[in-house]
Write a protein that binds this ligand. Structure first.
Ligand SMILES: Cc1cc2nc3c(=O)[nH]c(=O)nc-3n(C[C@H](O)[C@H](O)[C@H](O)COP(=O)(O)O)c2cc1C
Length: 335
């Protein structure tokens, strides 16, 4: 099957990624490991390993295992606040990973340069137009703009508004991928027409047949509708917690308790703000693991975007990608 209208609009993104289609599967901690990542790349998309809280040794093994499953390009997503960020970068450089996605805030000094020593491309998240311009000046090769409809850690602005603010200004000369709330190809067609060179989806791929997520995790996704995927609430004004979108459950309530505990440690034990934020992030990593791997959908974190309502059954990655492309092509054909 060919999708000429979509392919034409994705051409710059494909050239940059080295993939057949400019559809990234956004890194999802615990979910985006060797099986899903290789399946996405094998199906012509672009898989990205979620390093999350992995040690350099674990990342080393995961990259090697993924490369053993696919000869096609894939990327690695690193969280900028990881205490061993530079060791993780060294691992990527050693494996000659072609694309590194830096998530979780402005990349620390020297990190972009360190990634580029192997000739790898750097992809950064741009939360605003001004920061997008700054990231490009600092060496980012491409940007992802991700709206608050997305699953996982989110910013405050919707995808449609970010797209309108950023694409007309940056997309002619730079590579911008759009993420957040994309569940069907008609939406992909719309963002491509606005100048995006490609898209990134997470929620839509989380329950693919090749995803190792626990059957109970997948079932929770199939049952959920858009309004079940809610953003976490910050309980202490001094503790700037990045909101996380997840299906509401007992775990969402436990997060409120965790925030109060960390806020108390800020007051009483005098821990530094950086340490407090790290504790919060470790909490998420642990809670997500409980849901994705152990299937504890009550107390674990069911990170999911608002497009979860469009995830209704387990499907192979190749079928999901083919559906998205067919929907995009049909939409562009009707124009
Ligand atoms: C379960 C889950 C875990 C995620 N973990 C990460 C992560 O570790 N790093 C990251 O940069 N983004 C993470 N994300 C965001 C995805 O990479 C992607 O950008 C997002 O899912 C796109 O929006 P969508 O969910 O509306 O498709 C996660 C999303 C989900 C649903």
């Amino acid at each position: 099957m060919t999708y000429p209208l979509t392919a034409h609009l994705m051409q710059r993104g494909c050239d940059f990624l080295g993939s057949e289609h400019a559809i990234l599967c956004g890194a999802m901690s615990w979910v985006s490991e060797r099986h899903l990542v290789s399946a996405i790349s094998e199906a012509g998309g672009f898989g990205v390993i979620a390093c999350g809280a992995m040690t350099p040794e674990l990342l080393d093994a995961e990259i090697a295992a993924t490369a053993a499953l696919t000869a096609k390009p894939f990327g690695v997503n690193l969280i900028t606040m990881h205490p061993q960020l530079f060791e993780l970068i060294e691992v990527c450089v050693r494996h000659k990973v072609g694309h590194v996605v830096l998530a979780g805030g402005i990349p620390p000094k020297g990190s972009v340069e360190a990634i580029k020593t192997s000739g790898a491309k750097v992809i950064c998240f741009a939360p605003t137009l001004a920061l997008g311009k700054k990231l490009l000046r600092s060496g980012a090769d491409a940007l992802v703009i991700e709206g608050m409809e997305a699953g996982g850690h989110i910013g405050p602005v919707s995808t449609s508004v970010l797209a309108q603010e950023i694409l007309p200004v940056l997309a002619d000369e730079h590579l911008v991928f759009v993420a957040g709330g994309i569940g069907r190809g008609e939406a992909i067609a719309g963002y491509l027409e606005m100048g995006a060179c490609g898209v990134q989806l997470g929620t839509r791929f989380a329950c693919a047949s090749e995803s190792i997520a626990h059957p109970a995790f997948k079932k929770a996704f199939f049952r959920a509708s858009a309004r079940d995927a809610v953003a976490s609430v910050q309980v202490d004004p001094r503790l700037p917690v990045i909101p996380v979108r997840a299906l509401k459950n007992k775990g969402s309530e436990l997060f409120t308790a965790k925030q109060l505990e960390v806020a108390r440690a800020l007051d009483e034990d005098g821990i530094a703000m950086g340490e407090a934020q790290l504790q919060i992030e470790h909490y998420w990593a642990g809670a997500l693991r409980r849901a994705v791997i152990d299937g504890d959908i009550e107390h674990g974190s069911l990170m999911a975007g608002q497009s979860v309502g469009m995830v209704t059954q387990e499907e192979p990655v190749a079928e999901i990608i083919a559906k998205l492309l067919a929907e995009s092509e049909a939409a562009l054909g009707r124009r």
